[in-house]
Design a protein around this ligand. Structure first.
Ligand SMILES: Cc1cc2nc3c(=O)[nH]c(=O)nc-3n(C[C@H](O)[C@H](O)[C@H](O)COP(=O)(O)OP(=O)(O)OC[C@H]3O[C@@H](n4cnc5c(N)ncnc54)[C@H](O)[C@@H]3O)c2cc1C
Length: 464
């Protein structure tokens, strides 16, 4: 791919300044560094310029120019992706959505919101809460995640078990294509049967097909009540048996979080009000007062029927348990100078086997790791403690990562449940999808972005 792309020249910068105003283009070292890094991931980009447009029209001019000049373009929200998804690995320009941050419409009647891509997840929900509504697919990083980034990665979180993922909520998109054309996809209708679903194609495309400038989201009424319970099991196996029954129960929990003994110890040592056990499930129900109460009672019966201890929690303790769960990523990061974050998703029936297999591989390869996750939907966050930054430790850690990807695919799972492919998982795409399906994806990419300027180096290996 060497020589495929042009570098950003003074003439390009002049053009960008004309389009967005000189104060909205930067080539300052620190701004390029901030726009090139990715959270957690070791993948670093090397942006040559950062641009902050404020409208689809400006984005359209920029993309048309970059296509003609073959300058790589990386769309970017907060850059909190964990696999290098928003790192400009081929250089070029980063288009940051910070100035495209308006909530354009909220319709209580239609249960829809129309937003610009730079709106922050939590800020949107603060606004929606006043109307008794919410946008459910909450990532743990919701205080920084932009809606554009969530759509780019098809993000989700611990409530996906009941409410689904970002893709389930996107009904319309305005997208600037690499050519500069602006296409409007989808409808405002609650359901549709109108041919190829291009909205779903763009959701999860990680900025490789076009730039979202408007996003139409489905909303849900806020639940009236929530209930939390903690289930402690003697062994991972007993916890797993409870998970199967919980998931198959009509109670429909809004969260089923799995923590094994190592994770529980870490939480206890960090001062959170958990206790040590073989494994634990943090369970939540929501809905009307009556439904939330009735459902948590059913979950309690299920947990107890497998010989597990179950306790309802509320108030400060409930808050502290959830805070501990949300802090796990940060707590794990303190255990090792380098952590590789995996995010595999397997059929729920394979969950106990997968957890055991991951730890077995870690022991065999002498690499420490910590596993926790959204058990209700088979999603495991595998945190590989890469040990040192020296080459042999790093290599062992990445070898383990590759083995975990292999096992996930063998189990019929997905190598990424919610964090996307980025750069780190690209090499596993053929094993995941097969050669023919991957080739089909490549043909879609070629059709939409023939110059491969949109976020090159992500999802697919480069053009053949
Ligand atoms: C501590 C921590 C916890 C996390 N927890 C979760 C979690 O629970 N669930 C989860 O799903 N993820 C999680 N993540 C990953 C990440 O935070 C989410 O994927 C988040 O939604 C990304 O938002 P962002 O604004 O940072 O997007 P970015 O990282 O900036 O971008 C994400 C992708 O979308 C593309 N993109 C951004 N804007 C646009 C646009 N306007 N048009 C086209 N493409 C665009 C980018 O090119 C990139 O490929 C976590 C990350 C961290 C660091």
């Amino acid at each position: 791919m060497e020589g495929r792309y042009s570098r950003v020249e003074e003439e390009d910068l002049r053009f960008l300044r004309e389009v967005v105003g000189p104060e909205n283009v930067s080539t300052k070292g620190w701004e390029l560094a901030v726009s090139s890094a990715n959270a957690v991931s070791e993948i670093e980009g090397r942006a040559e310029a950062v641009v902050w447009p404020s409208s689809a029209e400006q984005v359209s001019k920029i993309l048309a120019h970059c296509s003609e000049r073959r300058i790589p373009v990386t769309p970017r929200g907060s850059g909190s992706s964990t696999s290098g998804n928003a790192a400009p690995v081929e250089g070029g320009i980063v288009i940051n959505t910070r100035r495209m941050n308006r909530v354009l419409e909220v319709s209580r009647e239609d249960l829809l919101a129309v937003v610009e891509p730079g709106v922050i997840y939590e800020e949107l929900n603060v606004e929606l809460r006043r109307l008794g509504l919410f946008f459910p697919p909450e990532p743990a990083s919701g205080s920084v995640s932009t809606i554009g980034g969530m759509v780019g990665n098809n993000s989700s979180g611990f409530r996906a078990v009941k409410y689904g993922v970002t893709r389930d909520y996107i009904v319309g998109l305005e997208v600037v294509l690499p050519s500069g054309e602006v296409v409007r996809l989808g409808t405002r209708a609650p359901k549709s049967s109108i041919g190829y679903d291009l909205v779903r194609l763009f959701v999860g495309s990680e900025g490789t097909l076009g730039f979202f400038t408007k996003i139409t989201l489905k909303l849900r009424p806020l639940p009236e009540a929530r209930r939390t319970g903690i289930c402690y099991a003697e062994s991972a196996e007993r916890a797993s048996r409870a998970i199967f029954d919980v998931v198959a129960s009509p109670a429909r929990p809004s969260a089923v979080e799995y923590m094994d003994s190592r994770v529980l110890r870490l939480l206890v040592e960090s001062g959170y009000p958990y206790r040590e056990a073989g494994a634990a499930l943090l369970l939540e129900t929501d809905g009307t007062e009556r439904a939330a109460e009735d459902e948590i009672s059913r979950l309690e019966s299920i947990c107890r029927s497998h010989g597990n201890d179950f306790r309802r929690v509320e108030g400060g303790e409930e808050e502290a348990l959830w805070k501990g769960r949300r802090s796990l990523g940060a707590l794990v990061a303190k255990l090792s100078p380098a952590v590789i974050v995996g995010d595999v998703d397997v059929p729920v029936s394979k969950l106990p086997w997968m957890v055991e297999e991951i730890y077995r591989l870690g022991d065999e390869m002498k690499v420490g790791l910590v596993v926790f996750g959204h058990a209700g939907d088979g999603n495991l966050h595998v945190n590989i403690l890469a040990g040192g930054t020296d080459e042999p430790s790093r290599r062992r850690a990445w070898d383990l990562y590759a083995k975990i990807m292999e096992r996930t695919i063998e189990a019929g799972g997905a190598i990424a449940g919610e964090h996307g492919i980025g750069v780190e998982k690209r090499e596993f795409m053929e094993a995941q999808h097969g050669r023919l399906a991957l080739d089909l994806m490549r043909r879609v990419k070629e059709a939409v972005d023939p110059s491969w300027i949109m976020n090159p180096g992500k999802i697919l290996p480069g053009p053949s």
